[in-house]
Every structure is written in C-alpha cells, then in structure tokens.
Design a protein around this ligand. Structure first.
Ligand SMILES: NC(=O)c1ccc[n+]([C@@H]2O[C@H](COP(=O)([O-])OP(=O)(O)OC[C@H]3O[C@@H](n4cnc5c(N)ncnc54)[C@H](O)[C@@H]3O)[C@@H](O)[C@H]2O)c1
Length: 431
C-alpha cells in the first residue's frame, strides 16, 4: 500500500475500531462498540443507517448477506432466466473493491454472471478482504484499490467503497484503464469532484455506470418503459423520496454517515425523474428544518450539517417540476419510491391514463445463476446492464451524465437549504 495514496491505515480509520471518545457526538459510537463487543451488534440496537438499515433476516437470505433493510430479496418469482440469451461468450475480468457494513462487493452477482470472471478483490481490512474473496470465489486479493487497479488482468472494477471515496477511487480506476461500476452516490458533496470525474470518464472512452438501485426497481422500470413509449406525454410533475429514519448512525468507514446531509445522498429519490426520463434538474429551491437528532446537529458532525430532512423543489430540463425529499429524522413510514404525473398519464404504483397500448413492463430475464438480489430485485439487473454495456460497447443506463445529474442536483439542493431555500442553478452534465 502506498502511504501517499492512503492517508491512514484502516484500523485507525474505521469508526468501529475507534477508542471511546469523550465528545458528545460520538457517545453513540461508544455504546455501539460496547454492544458489538458483547456480540449483539447493531442488529440488537435496532439501528438504521443510510442506504442500508438493520432489519430481520428473511429466510431467503444467505448467511453472507447482512440483515439490512432494502436488501430483501425479490421473492415475486417473476424473474427467471427463461428466455435469456447471451450477447457474447466472452468473460470480462472484474475486480471488486469494498466489503464494508453493507457487504455490497459480493451482493450484485458479479461472481454468478456467465460473462464475468472475478479475478481480484480488495478491502483495506484484511478480514473483510478475505471474506469478500470467499464470497466471490476468488483467490487473488489486494490490500487496497490502489494496488488492485495496477493489475493488468483486471478490465473492469466494481467500487463498493465508502461514499466519500467514490470520486477518488473512480479516478484512480479510470486512470488505470478500467471500466467502472460505482455504488452511489457518484461523488460526495463536491461539484469540483463531479467535474473531474466527468472529464476523466469522457476522455477515457471507458464505461462508467453508477449502481443506482431505484433504476431497476419494478415500478421505476415500468415508468421508464411507459415514458419512452409515450404513455405519459410530457412530464408535468414527478416526486421521489428516500425516507429512512436514523436516530443513530451505525459504523461506516471514517464515519462518513455521521451527520450526513440528506441531499448529499439524493440518487434513490432523484432517480424517480432522471432515471425515468433521462432529463436533468436545472434549478432548485430546497428547505430543511434544524434536526433534533444529535449527530444531525451542526456542532456534532464534520459537515456542519443542521438538517435531517431536506425537501427539494426542482425545475426539470423538460420544463416540469419535481419534488424530491430525503429524510433521516422522521420516524415511521419509510422507503425508496416515487410517482410521475404526465400530460397523458400518471404512475402511482400503476399506470392510469390515456394510453391503451402499453409496452411490456415486466423486467426481462436475467442470466442463469444471477439473482435479482436486494433493493427491490435491482442488484442483478445493474450488474447485467454494466456487463452488457461493455460486451456490446454501448452506453450503460445510468452513465456518467445521468449519475452526476442525479448526484449534483442534491449537492446544490443542500446548498440551497443552507441558504433558506434560495433558488440556485444546477450544473448540467451532457454527453
Ligand atoms: N441502495 C443502494 O444503492 C446502497 C445501499 C447501501 C449502501 N450503498 C453504498 O454502498 C457503498 C458501501 O457501503 P458500506 O456501508 O458497505 O460502506 P462502509 O463505509 O461500511 O465500508 C466501506 C469499505 O470500503 C473499504 N475501502 C475504503 N477505501 C478502500 C481502498 N482504498 N481500498 C480497498 N478498500 C477500501 C473500507 O475498508 C470499508 O470496508 C457505499 O458507497 C454506500 O453509499 C448503496
């Protein structure tokens, strides 16, 4: 590991390994550490975290998959490999990086895809790295992404590291000539990083895809099909939300989840417009209310973030409006979902409107062995889309432009919320 490239050893970096702190904002970490040490872990705490929260394990889940809300398997039985046909017999050599709290590295079925050979894996923590290797049936491990990307055998990487590192890790992978799939968000709170990543991906000609799980949920898939077949006409209004109560954060690498500004994690909700239409958001006014939750007070987090809920009203590039909300500090009903209102029809869990000849809205067959996976059965589809885009040399769904149009809109929304709803322009990413 190059010490210039990685600022500190993981043992000093991950909050689960931190010594007890006396500061009030980290008191919860001490409690968590105690409970983990007692072998009970976060599950017993009933804690929730952003993007994945602890819930009861379903009988469908294997022991390698964490007990996490949103990770529930697709048990509808509607998705099979019947009717699937390969576009190539080539195997892409993939490297996978990151096996943190969500165990995302092994949860998207790369290791099961008939067109993939997982040739290397990495996590900074040796035990996580070993577990990831086992889960992916891969014998080659690297101590860091920085080492893995030097391996010439690796053609493509799946970056499932902490959100705060995505921009840096994507840039490193692209510079080493790898196609990149990245967990959300594309960048973390920095428009400068967004511009850097955009230019690097564009110049490289390599594939980049953000694994926004909402984009392959059944409802959003149906909305996209109906939109492109004309069933909605122009979209007048859309709304989406990622509502996820988190009274206390649980472990995350370098504590990136502690006090996280809601609209820095905007892609699950924004996908309900950008991922349906391919449009972007051009301006935003966003409001928040000072949170009563400790880690969401500005004095208690590194982001100086005072909000646990941020509700954004966007102008869309299609001329319509969109309300996108992210909330961590409202208990009760939660989820990742959205709705569409167009001049010819609406989608509120189902289509209603003027179009009588609707397209087939069932998600297609997956390759044999690839499970639909978690987050509404979206994981397998994201992997298959990324792999197919490389095999066919075509643009992936959620390419770099779509990824940044979803992500950066939220970054500007947070700026607007800090300015009490000032209407702000959003940079546009167009390929
Ligand atoms: N629905 C969704 O799309 C969804 C849900 C949950 C999580 N996520 C995303 O998945 C990602 C992973 O989440 P998590 O909770 O497991 O993260 P985490 O913070 O718990 O773990 C990150 C892991 O990355 C590893 N890592 C960091 N830098 C590295 C490097 N240079 N080389 C090798 N390994 C490195 C760390 O050692 C750590 O194990 C995050 O980006 C999160 O935003 C998305």
């Amino acid at each position: 590991m190059d010490p210039e490239e990685i600022s500190s050893a993981p043992e000093q970096a991950d909050n689960i390994n931190k010594k007890q702190s006396r500061s009030p904002d980290t008191a919860f970490i001490s409690r968590r550490l105690f409970i983990r040490a007692a072998g009970i872990g976060a599950i017993s705490l009933g804690l929730q975290q952003l993007g994945c929260s602890v819930t009861k394990r379903s009988a469908q889940q294997t022991s390698s998959i964490p007990d996490i809300q949103g990770f529930e398997r697709d048990t509808s039985g509607k998705t099979t490999s019947n009717g699937w046909s390969p576009v190539s017999d080539r195997k892409i050599r993939v490297g996978i990086i990151g096996y943190g709290v969500c165990k995302f590295g092994a949860d998207f079925g790369f290791q099961n895809h008939p067109n993939v050979e997982v040739v290397a894996v990495s996590d900074l923590f040796p035990d996580r790295c070993a577990e990831l290797a086992k889960a992916c049936m891969c014998s080659k491990t690297y101590p860091s992404l920085e080492e893995l990307v030097k391996d010439d055998r690796v053609e493509a990487v799946f970056i499932a590291t902490d959100a705060a590192s995505h921009a840096d890790h994507v840039l490193k992978a692209i510079r080493h000539g790898k196609h990149v799939a990245s967990a959300v968000p594309a960048v973390f709170g920095s428009i400068e990083d967004a511009e850097r990543v955009f230019e690097a991906v564009k110049e490289s000609g390599l594939k980049y895809m953000m694994f926004e799980t909402s984009c392959f949920r059944g409802d959003l898939y149906a909305m996209r099909k109906i939109y492109f077949s004309g069933g909605f006409g122009k979209i007048v209004y859309s709304e989406g939300e990622y509502f996820h109560y988190m009274s206390e954060p649980i472990a995350s690498f370098r504590e990136w989840r502690v006090g996280l500004p809601p609209q820095w994690y905007p892609t699950h909700s924004n996908a309900y417009h950008v991922g349906v239409t391919g449009e972007s958001f051009t301006e935003v006014s966003c409001l928040g209310m000072p949170s009563i939750i400790s880690h969401l007070r500005p004095e208690n987090n590194r982001y100086k973030n005072p909000f646990g809920t941020e509700i954004a009203l966007f102008r869309t590039s299609g001329g319509g409006t969109s309300r996108m909300g992210v909330s961590w500090d409202t208990a009760g009903d939660g989820g990742e979902r959205g709705r569409i209102r167009g001049q010819r029809g609406t989608f509120y869990e189902k289509y209603e409107g003027l179009e009588k000849n609707l397209p087939d809205i069932n998600r297609p067959a997956l390759p044999p062995g690839v499970p639909p996976g978690g987050h509404g059965g979206s994981h397998g589809y994201l992997t298959d889309e990324f792999v197919t885009s490389i095999l066919l040399d075509r643009k992936p769904l959620v390419d770099i432009a779509a990824a940044l149009n979803m992500t950066v809109a939220g970054i500007v929304a947070h700026q607007s919320a800090l300015k009490n709803g000032e209407l702000m322009k959003i940079p546009q990413f167009i390929i």
